[in-house]
Design a binder for this molecule. Structure first.
Ligand code: DAH
Length: 357
């Protein structure tokens, strides 16, 4: 009697499974595949040797061999899945961004960070002064209709006062009906309209923002500049309240040795109107080139609200009165930091900008 070719089958199976587990990388396992479960494996040569068996023995042996192959193939597939998983996590680990290192790198090589420009910083400081005096801060659009920029402010079409503002027109709608605002005064109109609509009078607000004029830039003028407007609408407001607010603001912002003065002037939206000047901070009042040797610098205009403006927005001038003022933020920055020529504000020379961080 010949020994069955499958006599050692379980030993072969155990040997194949331990060889499967010997592979520590996918590449090793793949390279061994023909010897473990492929054509060159012991299982395939056993398969061939079954041909020598009697037909009745061959069937039982075939089934036995198939079961052995299933067990080895299963071990092979399981181990391959394990190796694939660890290959994936090794790849992820290699790709991982170590944020700890990034932060450390920044600490060692700091990036240059900017700071608010001198005009933006001045605007914030002015807002702070007025907020401390009980005002709110509001903003309005930079593109306005002729009605907000002029008509509602008591400057009808063709009124000679329009010559006070050299205007940029926007090419929209009827010619000369849409403008880049020439001052922040139109925001007064928006605020009063809203207060009438919400029945929320009184108003105590300041309104900062950018304005535009067809001016040739010089030491005290820019074509795109900034103003801050003030508006008070309340009961029993007098010119003394206006003068007091201007003087309180001047001392709070520029210091105790800088004073304000009001000189009679004309603005269509206020009556009476005044120009508001402060001691020149460059010469402290002695007279210099920047103040044209007067010792005073004009900051803006102010006055008591003209009844025609209250009427345009539907506020009863018998019950309510008020005052308004408007002045240049860039001019304030210039005076506060003693900048002889305002054009330095828009030249973007970093040696200039760095002085105000
Ligand atoms: N809007 C004026 C200008 O830019 C300044 C001004 C004058 C504003 C009188 C006011 C005011 O609110 O009452 O020339």
């Amino acid at each position: 009697m010949t020994t069955s070719p499958l006599a050692e089958l379980s030993t072969h199976v155990a040997d194949l499974i331990s060889r499967v587990h010997l592979a520590t990388t996918l590449a090793d396992l793949q390279a061994d595949e023909p010897f473990l479960i492929g054509k060159r494996s012991v299982l395939s040569s056993l398969q061939k040797s079954l041909g020598a068996l009697a037909p009745e023995e061959r069937k039982a042996a075939g089934a036995q061999l198939q079961e052995a192959r299933r067990v080895v193939e299963e071990a092979f597939a399981t181990h391959r899945a394990t190796l694939e998983r660890s290959a994936r996590s090794a790849a992820l680990e290699a790709d991982r961004l170590d944020l700890g290192d990034v932060v450390l790198a920044q600490v060692h090589a700091p990036v240059a960070v900017g700071h608010p420009g001198i005009v933006a910083a001045t605007q914030r400081q002015l807002e702070d002064v007025f907020v401390a005096m009980g005002f709110r801060v509001s903003e309005g659009p930079e593109v306005e209709s002729d009605w907000y920029n002029f008509e509602a402010l008591n400057i009808p079409p063709a009124h000679p006062a329009r010559g006070m503002w050299d205007t940029f027109y926007v090419d929209l709608g009827e010619p000369e009906t849409v403008v880049l605002r020439t001052h922040t005064s139109p925001t007064q109109i928006h605020l009063m309209e809203r207060a009438v609509a919400d029945d929320s009078l009184p108003i105590h607000s300041v309104m900062p923002g950018r304005c535009y004029r067809r001016d040739t830039p010089d030491a005290r003028h820019l074509a795109a500049f900034h103003q801050i407007e003030g508006l008070v609408v309340d009961r029993g407001i007098s010119f003394a309240d206006l003068a007091g607010v201007i003087e309180t603001f001047t001392h709070a912002y520029f210091g105790a040795d800088i004073s304000s003065r009001l000189r009679p002037a004309y603005f269509p939206f206020t009556e009476p109107s005044a120009e508001f000047e402060i001691t020149c901070t460059i010469c402290r009042g002695d007279g210099c080139r920047t103040c044209s040797h007067t010792g005073w610098i004009e900051l803006g205009g102010c006055g008591m609200l003209d009844p025609a403006v209250l009427e345009a927005v539907g506020i009863d001038g018998d019950e309510w009165s008020g005052f308004a003022f408007g002045f240049g933020i860039d001019r304030c920055a210039q005076m506060r930091h003693q900048i002889a020529d305002m054009r330095a504000l828009i030249e973007n020379d970093v040696r200039f900008l760095r002085q105000f961080s």
